[in-house]
Design a protein around this ligand. Structure first.
Ligand code: AMP
Length: 433
């Protein structure tokens, strides 16, 4: 299947060729025909699958085809609502790239900055609006945004929006949408409240599911190091030094933790920057730009800030903390191995995180290969042969009966370095969610 066979307009095909896209990804192949028919869509997929183009291309196509007929040029005809500033900016960049020969104009609005420039852009007239929920509602309430000409609406990363507490804003926004519209709803996970929300928004819809395990298992090489909490900085520094050519994102569960990692790296002479919600928008953009341009090799991020990061050639993701929500693991490792590239994701697992690892392995239906022994082992380093302590409680079992191979290297590229003592596939059903 090629983009041409999907029946897309010439200017869009030309832009996709300029982007170097030759073939649609699975989500694009499945979603584009549904959307071109004018149907609503429920997409269960994570970022990294080509999701943005899966909704961006058919929206641009439909708007482009309608341009010559319509009187409503430069009126908002498509709205994309997404949880974070980074994602919003990135989606806008994608619309600009895929739509550069269509004459359609987009703008992006998000909170945390003054509204003046955004209001001016809206006043100038746009065809496509990309927005985070809070600022969107704010500018709607101030009368700067009209949905009178709206034809297409996308709710992106719905589960993340709910996690971030945007549910009320989202409901208010949905209530203001014109009834005659094409609605698209994307979420990486489908818990009950998300299903309910999707029912509120969608009419006659089709569902497309791209399984996270497909994305992770097929594209991303994974590994886990057992390491005690105090030794995590040393192991991270060691891995970075062993792989000087790599660009990497280090994930931290908390903002404070991210700052601490940057400090430790700095003390070891490794330049890095943190991006998280407490950093100003300017600081986040500056760090991201430096990273994308290759001036900065290490970015330390919290989950929410990292959702919008799309960096080509990101070779390595390090989960400094294992996430307590398994789906987050899939999101994180999806930062590497974007589209058709392959990547590596290494996780650090301390004693208290064993249960998180078990949950992740259950979700992705595979065991994460154990990395070889490293030199930073102490009495608190966990191992597979210990019982798993309950979640969120301090485990205190100490087991020094380990038989580890201390000579293993830490170059993540060396598949042969992998520990042979891989775990058997887990079948436990003790997940307490
Ligand atoms: P997304 O899931 O939308 O964040 O996209 C992930 C990455 O895949 C982005 O860097 C896109 O530019 C890239 N991408 C999307 N579609 C394709 C395609 N058909 N061929 C190659 N790369 C793509």
């Amino acid at each position: 299947m090629t983009f041409k066979e999907l029946g897309l307009a010439e200017p869009i095909l030309k832009a996709l060729e300029a982007e170097g896209y030759t073939h649609p990804t699975p989500i694009q192949e499945q979603s584009i025909p549904i959307l071109l028919k004018g149907k609503d869509l429920l997409g269960v997929a994570q970022t990294g699958t080509g999701k943005t183009a899966a909704f961006g291309i058919p929206i641009l196509h439909q708007l482009y085809e309608g341009i010559s007929l319509s009187q409503n040029k430069r009126k908002i005809k498509a709205l994309i609502v997404t949880p974070t500033r980074e994602l919003a900016i990135q989606i806008a960049e994608s619309f600009t790239a895929y739509g550069k020969y269509t004459g359609l104009r987009n703008t992006v609005i998000f909170g945390g900055v003054k509204q003046g420039k955004q209001v001016n852009a809206l006043r100038g007239g746009v065809d496509i609006l990309i927005a985070t929920p809070g600022r969107l509602l704010d500018l709607m309430n101030q009368g700067f945004i009209s949905f009178r000409d709206l034809e297409h609406v996308v709710l992106d990363e719905a589960d993340q929006m709910l996690d971030m507490g945007f549910i009320h804003d989202i409901k208010k926004i949905i209530a203001k949408l014109p009834p005659k519209r094409q609605s698209l709803f994307f979420s990486a996970t489908m818990p009950k409240d998300i299903v309910e929300l999707s029912r509120k928004m969608l009419g006659d819809f089709e569902r497309v599911t791209i399984r996270p395990e497909q994305a992770t298992a097929e594209k991303v090489e994974q590994g886990v190091y057992f390491v005690s909490k105090p030794n995590k900085p040393k192991l991270l520094i060691h891995i970075i030094k062993e792989n000087p050519e790599s660009t990497l994102i280090v994930f931290s569960r908390t903002k404070h933790g991210a700052n601490k990692i940057v400090k430790k790296l700095d003390q070891a002479g490794i330049r890095s920057a943190a991006i998280h919600g407490n950093k100003s928008q300017t600081a986040r953009q500056k760090a991201l730009s430096a990273f994308k341009e290759g001036d900065l090799k290490v970015l330390v991020a919290t989950d929410i800030a990292a959702r919008g990061i799309d960096v080509e050639d990101l070779s390595l993701v390090v989960n400094y903390d294992l996430p307590n929500v398994s789906e987050t693991y899939v999101h994180r490792i999806g930062r590497t191995g974007r589209a058709n590239a392959s990547g590596t994701a290494l996780s650090f697992c301390d004693k208290e995180e064993r249960a998180y690892l078990r949950d992740i392995e259950k979700l992705i239906k595979q065991s994460v290969p154990r990395m070889p022994e490293h030199q930073f082992v102490d009495e608190d380093t966990p191992s597979d042969d210990q019982p798993i302590p309950p979640k969120k409680k301090q485990g205190n079992s100490r087991n020094n009966n380990r038989n580890r191979n201390r000579s293993g290297g830490n170059n993540f590229r060396g598949k042969n370095n992998r520990n042979t003592n891989r775990p058997k596939k887990r079948t436990d059903s003790s997940r307490s969610e």
